[in-house]
Ligand binder design. Structure first.
Ligand code: MEZ
Length: 552
């Protein structure tokens, strides 16, 4: 239920509905887009970034919160690790078990590799399960991978790595079939054809969905398949350091058992990093859609062995995170709500942006409205604009919201907000890490023996990912990395295991003049108990108090 003081604005939204049914907002032109992004998108807030002081990307701008972790210290003391006692000897080690990790493990095993899957939390605890709207694949007669390619590059501000986009769009139709064969229940039309919708920045209907819990359905099936094929896995066992060999190849990892604190040494012919994103770093103080494990662990581990990163200066702020009620602050309000016809309107009931522009544009427009005093302030001081969901039933017929958005209806219904009749209050929320570990189309990083897939890698989405392209890339590059890693592991000759890179890293920190104590990384879990000496909490506090975020 909304507080009474919001009633006047809600009535303005209702009163403008009939007019807005006929109204189409023009697309934002190139110049207007550039101005909007520069002025309002968080990526362009200079104080939010700093140059990295060490490592292969030294000198490149990176969000403060990520930079602090990338320049962290190891959690292990190499002198205290017995590299002679190997606990697991495998061909392929997969780190992380969301959509990318599970796909990689399945394909590695299918290609003959003895495979071990390790994960910080439980199988499937990943951003994959939070993805709602769908997965893009050009499989209709008026569409093609080439059109999907152009949409993706346009959305990414023309910075995407072309070979990665080509791999993404070419593999997409077969990924949809693969998932269906494994058991995903895609939404279908009465004639059995795929029920496909469009999304921001997409010029065709190509989103394949399972209502508004698509990622959950995809992960359900993959998790079952990992069990069915008896792939070995360890839960609550995050990797805290990669292990190299004396030839400079990645050759395994050290894990910690979160329950017992015991360390485990895995030797592996190849390692696939699939640890997901960084939303739980709450960059620039934003709330997030991400699961609790999204703390940039894969970036940190890969960077410390010298893997190059790409586009670390760009994050995705999903335009519609819940702004009210506070209990669900920052949680995803799926883009499918806009796909189905909901419009974004300000406190005066004015539609201020075409709702299906790419996400960076829509997020910037939402921030602009709030900064220009055209948003609504909540009782806890959050700001938001209206996402007018009742438009959907007016445009597509009564019952559409209940049928297409059951998870959304339930999420808001718990707080007595009926989204079939009342709008939702939304504000951008930290959703996705556009950049990450640099890979080639087979998932190989710049370090031999190390592969990466899923949100921890970067390049395919350029500087702004389109809807449904991450629930695609996790499968495309998970599968590719799994296959390539199995092939690599068959041929590689590992040398003696070593942790020399940790010592070299510490020397580099010292040489760069970083003498203050560094956080032990990877972070593993976000720290919500703000402690006075907490490095990250300090950053968050500083950013919040600088007033960059809540500009009323
Ligand atoms: O691709 C995504 O991020 C996605 C499907 C999110 C959503 O709005 O549902």
């Amino acid at each position: 239920m909304y507080p009474a003081y919001m009633g006047e604005s809600i009535r303005k939204v209702e009163a403008s509905r009939e007019r807005r049914l006929e109204e189409t907002r023009p697309r934002v032109g190139d110049q207007e887009k550039a101005a909007l992004l520069t002025e309002f998108h968080p990526d362009f807030i200079k104080e939010g970034m700093r140059e990295l002081l060490v490592g292969p990307n030294r000198g490149e701008p990176t969000p403060n919160e990520v930079a602090a972790l990338l320049e962290g210290n190891s959690r292990v003391n190499p002198d205290k690790i017995n590299l002679g006692k190997v606990d697991h000897d495998v061909d392929v080690l997969v780190i992380g078990c969301g959509g990318a990790g599970a796909s990689a493990a399945l394909l590695a095993q299918e290609n003959g590799a003895k495979t071990l899957l390790v994960t910080k939390l439980r199988l499937g605890d990943a951003n994959t399960v939070g993805a709602q709207a769908g997965t893009q694949a050009a499989d209709r007669s008026n569409d093609s991978p080439a059109i999907h390619y152009l949409d993706t590059i346009g959305g990414g501000r023309f910075d995407n790595i072309p070979e990665l986009v080509e791999a993404l769009v070419r593999d997409a139709p077969s990924v949809i079939k693969w998932l269906e064969e494994l058991g995903v229940n895609w939404d279908k039309n009465p004639d059995g054809s795929m029920h496909e919708l469009s999304g921001g920045g997409a010029s065709r209907l190509r989103l394949h969905s399972a209502r508004d819990y698509t990622g959950l359905e995809e992960m359900r099936v993959l998790r079952d398949e990992v069990h069915n094929r008896c792939i070995d896995y360890l839960e609550f066992s995050p990797v805290i350091e990669l292990v190299m060999d004396d030839k400079g190849q990645v050759a395994g990892a050290i894990l910690v058992n979160l329950e017992t604190n015991e360390l485990t040494l895995v030797r592996a012919g190849a390692v696939i990093m699939a640890t997901g994103g960084a939303g739980r770093l709450h960059i620039q103080g934003f709330p997030t859609t991400n699961h609790y494990g999204a703390t940039a662990d894969g970036l940190v581990l890969a960077y410390r062995v010298g893997a190059e990163l790409i586009f670390m200066d760009t994050m995705q702020y999903h335009p519609t995170g819940a702004a009210y009620p506070v209990q669900i602050l920052g949680q995803l309000v799926t883009e499918k709500v806009r796909t189905l016809g909901a419009q974004l309107v300000n406190a005066e009931g004015e539609q201020f942006i075409m709702s299906l522009e790419p996400r960076d544009v829509v997020a910037s427009a939402n921030i602009r409205e709030c900064r220009h005093m055209k948003g609504i302030t909540t009782p806890t001081g959050e700001l938001g604009v209206w996402l007018d969901s009742p438009m959907i039933d007016l445009l597509r017929g009564e019952g559409t919201i209940a049928r297409e958005l059951p998870a959304m209806v339930r999420q808001f219904g718990r707080y007595n907000i009926d989204i079939t009749k009342e709008p939702m209050l939304v504000y951008p929320t930290l959703h996705y890490q556009n950049g990450g570990i640099k890979i080639d189309p087979d998932g190989a990083t710049t370090i031999p023996g190390l592969f990466a897939a899923g949100e921890c890698m970067g390049g395919v989405h350029g500087r702004n990912r389109l809807i449904g392209n991450s629930t695609l890339d996790i499968f495309v590059f998970g599968r590719r990395a799994g296959k390539a890693a199995a092939r690599y592991a068959r041929e590689v000759k590992l040398g003696a295991l070593t942790l020399d890179h940790v010592g070299k890293w510490q020397a580099e920190l010292k040489e760069a003049g970083i003498t203050e104590s560094r956080p032990a990384t990877p972070l593993l879990l976000p720290n919500y108990a703000r402690q006075p000496d907490d490095y990250l909490a300090d950053y968050a506090r500083k950013t919040l108090s600088s007033g960059q975020i809540k500009v009323a």
